[in-house]
Design a protein. Sequence first.
Lengths: 859, 111
Amino acid sequence: MEHELDEEMRFHLERDIEQNIKSGMTPEDARYAALKSFGGVDQSKEECRNARGVELIEYTVRDVTYSLRVLLKSYGFTIVVILTLALGIGANTAIFSFANGILLRPLPYPQSDRLVVLDETALKRGVNSMSVSYPNFLDWREQNTVFEDIGTYYGTGRFSLTGAGEPVQIRGSRISHGLFEMLGVAPQLGRTFTANEDRPEEDGVVILGHDLWQRTFGGDPNILGKKITISNRARAVIGVMPPGFRFPEVSELWVPLALTTKMFTRTDHGLQSIARLKDGVSLPQAQSEMNNIAARIEEQNPVTNEGLGVNVMSLHQYLSGDYREGLLILLGVVGCVLLVACVNVANLMIARGSARQKEFALRSALGASRWRIVRQLLFESLLLSIVGGALGFVLSIWALRLLLSAIPFQLPFWMNFNVDLRVLGFSIGITLLTGLIFGAAPALQTSRIDLNDTLKEGGRGSAGIRTRARSLLVVTEIALSLVLLVGAGLMIQSFLRLRRVNIGLDPKNVLTASVVLPQAKYREDDQRAAFFKQLVERLRNLPGVEAAAATATLPLSGGNWGRSLTVEGYPVLSVGQAPAVQHTVVTPGYFRTMGIALLAGRDFTDADAKDSPNVTIVDERLVRQYWPNENPIGKRVRFGPPEDNEPWHTVIGVVSTVRHQRVQEDTRQSVYLPHQKIPVTGMALVARTSSNPTDFAGAIRREVAQLDPDLPVSQIATMEEVVAESIWQPRLYAALFAVFAGGALALALIGIYGVMAFLVQTRTHEIGVRMALGATARDVFKLIVGRGMKLTAVGIVIGVCGAIALTRWMQSLLFNTSTTDPITFVLISFLLSLAAFFACYIPARRAAKVDPLVALRYE
Amino acid sequence: MTKQQADLYKQGTLELLILRLLSSTNLNGWDIMQRLQLASGEVLSVTPGALYPALHRLEARGLISSTWRPSDNNRKAKFYALTTRGRKQLEAQRKEWEQFSAAVSLILRDA
């Protein structure tokens, strides 16, 4: 009742004040007069209420409902603002979730921050990281005092699983005993490997991943002790790991190390090593102890371990390191987009504030304090940002899914992009922050207006201030967009250059597929050599296949085989100093199939077999270094540690350089060897076809099945896909940059259009006067466009400075592109000016059409 | 007339005037004040301190009712309307007033 009375009195007072103002009083006078005529009873009421704490809540509720009403009434404005914010916040939340899953989330092991990776290094040769040799690992385990435990394993390999329906390839790993204990993960069923099972004669056991167990064995609870066929060898299942556990990367099947005598040589580097730090031991402490141990090993084994060191790195950093820089830059980029969105919304708020000047002037005349009006406006912005944030959060889930679908391989086990508290907190945090950022400036500005001017002059008085504030915002937007556009331009240019790189082979119309022969069934070298020879011949005879071959390491697919090189006539270097070459085993016809140019000599033939002389084909780069002015044919090289005295190989051919490891650079010189001589088990088939290569997938499967029905074929892809996938990261970054910069540009253009339209609207009178005084439509047009272009120019200058300062952080993401590439800067500035010109064009045309008579009468 | 009597007299008059104004349309407090002033040619003026208590008294006696709805400046205001009882009361009082004023005029003219 008391509340109703208040409202009724307040209404009465407002009407009185309104009327007093209409009759020419200043708002202060109007208010005073109204209160006086009211009898002064209520004058003290507002003050009393402000002093009472309870009323604050009531006021807040009232402000919020009032804000809601205001926003619902101008729904066009509300929708534009909410969508702008939703896109900005959504993009930020999506990128943050992405970064969170990789950089921030702890690994899914107990006390995962104590886990470290141990790598060997050969810094003198420029090798920062290489695989570990088993004897070195044993010494580390023996001598260290800093690790609670240390384990070793082979990287992810492929195993075939037969006997349960179609033969399938499973990703798995050979691991040492104690590895799972060290990770702190216990099996769900059964046990892990014992020390005894590291020995080859005891290794007939296997541990399954939960998913594999469910998928292939229907979650059979009696699986323990059953024999299953893994790569043609019967192994007893001794354990099943818990759900979600994979190690490393995506492996879901584990067999023992199966130590061979070869593994006991210090030059055989092939293992990965992982350890858990003791409590209280820091990473630098561990590193310094490992340095001592490595020095001791080197002292005792000067030939094999010369120049070898150990690098200790946190497991998390080891796994996420490749992504770190790109993700941080992306976070910066989306942050910029959100800032542009905020600026744009602030701009809209100011424009709207001018339409609401009277409302605020009246409230202020009624005794509402400035703080109350600021608070009211902030409530409105917060409401907008909360709705926008909620919508953005939903959008982000969808955007993240889209983002992840651009990653062309199965995500490693440790990447987890589910929404967690951190993502939720971030989302809420930036939502509120956004509301404050875009709300604060307009609120302060709107509330600062001079009441007298406003009410008397019908809003024209402070238009100048508003235009200045809005111009400042537009300049900010233009500058930020320019930075983003330059970034995007650099990324796109870098990506296009990357696509144009001559990788040394012709990927068009080539289909590839992987086949791995199980060691148990194809025990003899001859069997394997014969199998692939026969398979390649079958493929070659398929109608529509122009050429076919096989290679142990397909270019750009991540497969590598490095070996030390010794060149006859050059000094013999120890294994620690000898250069490593890419050692590629191929079948005859490989170069023709892949479109690799044979520059001199001959290709391998079927005659380069087991008992024929050792021959090799080398690439151009190797020739340039060792025999720059000589005929390389007939020269001799050999591979492996010098003390092993492996046989010499005679060079019979030279081929063009292939970018084997990365499109970005040639990392190693290459040598090629015939498969008949080195009959490895796993080969990638390559077939050049006369029509769409994917049509031949079925034919390849059929040919393999006819030779061996138990053999799975996997990784069927065209060579073009393989190349494209190898540069997925630059592609993704270029695409994201383009999307974000495009969004920012659109917002900036809307911003500049809005300000120019507002300018024309508030200066209609002035334009009318000008035209009455003889200005032509052309002059007016030039006036408005000139004004807009001046803002754009200032924005561009600031943006260029900002871009020069900021883009250097991108250098590591760019390929053959300078961060200050002048063409990009000039082109982007030009395009931005052009776009800004069109944004000014419409309001300027409207201004030029102003009828001076109407304009003057209107006021 | 004592001061109290004058107030009572005025009070009765004010209530009658309010009922009369509300008989043709629904009005809020501020409108009522404006119309009183306008209709009387600025002769009669009433303060909010007198008007609102009168309105609330009339409402309490069931002669008028009230609703909250937006006014023409879009702010919510309390609008008053005449009830059936109010209409009867208005008729009765108007007759009374006319008789009374006729009597008074008669006396004033003849005296």
